[in-house]
Design a protein around this ligand. Sequence first.
Ligand SMILES: Nc1ncnc2c1ncn2[C@@H]1O[C@H](COP(=O)(O)OP(=O)(O)OP(=O)(O)O)[C@@H](O)[C@H]1O
Ligand SMILES: [Mg+2]
Length: 611
Amino acid sequence: MTNSITTESYIEDNSIFRVGSVIEVIGQAVKVRIDTGKNTSSILYKGDIIQNISVGGYVKIKKDFEEIIGKIEGELIKENKDNSQKNYINNKDKVNRILNIKILGYLESGKFERGIKELPLIENTCFLITKEEFNNIHQFVDSEDKPIKIGQLEFDDGVDISLGINKLFASHIGIFGNTGSGKSYTLAKIYRQLFEEYKNNENFKNKAKFIIIDFNGEYIDDAIIDEKGKNSYNLTTKAMKKNDKREKLPISKSTIENATFWSIFLSATEKTQQPFLSRTIKKTNISEESVKALIKEFLSNESRNVEKGVIFNFLNNINEFLKKETKVNDLRSALRYHGQQNTYYIEKIYANSDLDSVFTKTLECLGGITIKSLSDIENIKLKIIFHYYSEIVKGYSNIENLSPLIKRLEKRILDLEKVLTIKDDDSSENKKNLTVVSLRNVNMDIRKMLPMLLVKELYDKKKKDNNKSHSLHIIVDEAHNILSSNSDRESKEWKDYRLETFEEIIKEGRKFNVFMTIASQRPSDISATIISQLHNYFLHRLINNNDLLAVEKTISYLDKVSADSIPNLATGTCILAGLMAKIPVVIKVNEIKKIKNQPQSHNINLIQGWE
Ligand SMILES: Nc1ncnc2c1ncn2[C@@H]1O[C@H](COP(=O)(O)OP(=O)(O)OP(=O)(O)O)[C@@H](O)[C@H]1O
Ligand SMILES: [Mg+2]
């Protein structure tokens, strides 16, 4: 009895599902000749509608007990040259329909696995896949992983696509597409799903840290999760007002006291300015005593030829750090340089006086020197200025070499103070695990520099700490802003430093549980090293040929049907590819229900605004 049922179902399945047989195998590319009479677009079988053969659909090829799964990439017609069949019943029999199939994987105890275990042979039979097998192929979540639902298959309506949290978030993610194709929305959606799933989980809050670098201010307020659940920093480089209480990003002391950072920030030249900064940044903060000692040194200046005006420049330069500005002009009129003795003297009163009395009189003239309480950034600025003059007066350095550096310092440090505040290295960690840094209102210099500084700090800290149960997720929308490999506006050193930092995170980050998510409209601008090392991709509509090439070149397992569909994808639709998905699929990303949780990037409705 059992046997007869098995046989019956065997015949039934074979006759309905059989498509044809293999006629050519070249690597992963297989050609199948279709049996005649397989021209309907769908088949009704046991109450389920099953797609008949269609480009983009799947087939199963049986080779003994192996079941090989392939995707139909194209279909063509060849004339039937078989002479034995002279009496054609109708014209259809004169041609053979041939399918081009690319092998994707195989079924192992009913489960789909990606990759090639065996290739088919000529004459192997090819079948349509059942509904169950179809669902199986699109089941991307491992049994030990936890699913989040993010969308639906675009072409086979109704099939939900869930992704495994582990596979997705313990990876580098790339989201690419033209402007308005839905990148920011997709980014917000996947992270919203994650936070919704774990919002009440204390371990999640303590062990996973997320930072969003937000160039357009799309993720502040309630985007992704409500404002109270995250730290938002809406930075600006607009001019400071009195008692300015603006939001500033806390950054640790060790980051700001790093000579490499200052070298790059100030575009220091390699030979003289960089070594100067390395010597200087390490030193202790400047005290009143050292300022006075330097003044004394200027006054004596016995053997060396420092231009006489330099002491006044020094005093003018440090005035901003003092409680009460010194009266440099008073001193200037009182102090005279005594050429023959290579010393200063105070005219008339101390015509032939010794150094000590000139020094005392000088301090009196200036009205005393008291350093006011300085921010850490101001302290560093004072340090750099002080040692610049100190090295000049001692004859260690040359004014011509260092003065351009000091000019840049004056200008650039102003911006830095507008956006950063310094926190102690061991200050307690913030409890909220999502931080959004909006760079919408900052100028170009800070846009380039700050993400670097911040990401480097977080990465270095995570590397040192190397706590295996903690993870850091760095999310950068509009990533071409900082990852572009062809920018002429910046120095070569800075570009190298920038790319090296991010490339290191992409290459080594996984070992320290540091993962990056990058979204960009110009993948062709981003260094190929970075794109090729990403694990998971959401590919939205891309039209520019260079961008398409950049993506296709690096994602080798992208089949032709998927790749060809990229320029025509609708907004909110994308190709999912990478480790998280066993096969690349086209999905429609689900809506984020509440408008306030969507990224603030809505298309403007012109007519509505005019009415
Ligand atoms: N899955 C989706 N469902 C519904 N609406 C969507 C979806 N994806 C995108 N949109 C809408 O499409 C518009 C553009 O989306 P989005 O801002 O994400 O594009 P983008 O690719 O990030 O563009 P840009 O490169 O300019 O930042 C928005 O108004 C957004 O609300
Ligand atoms: Mg966007």
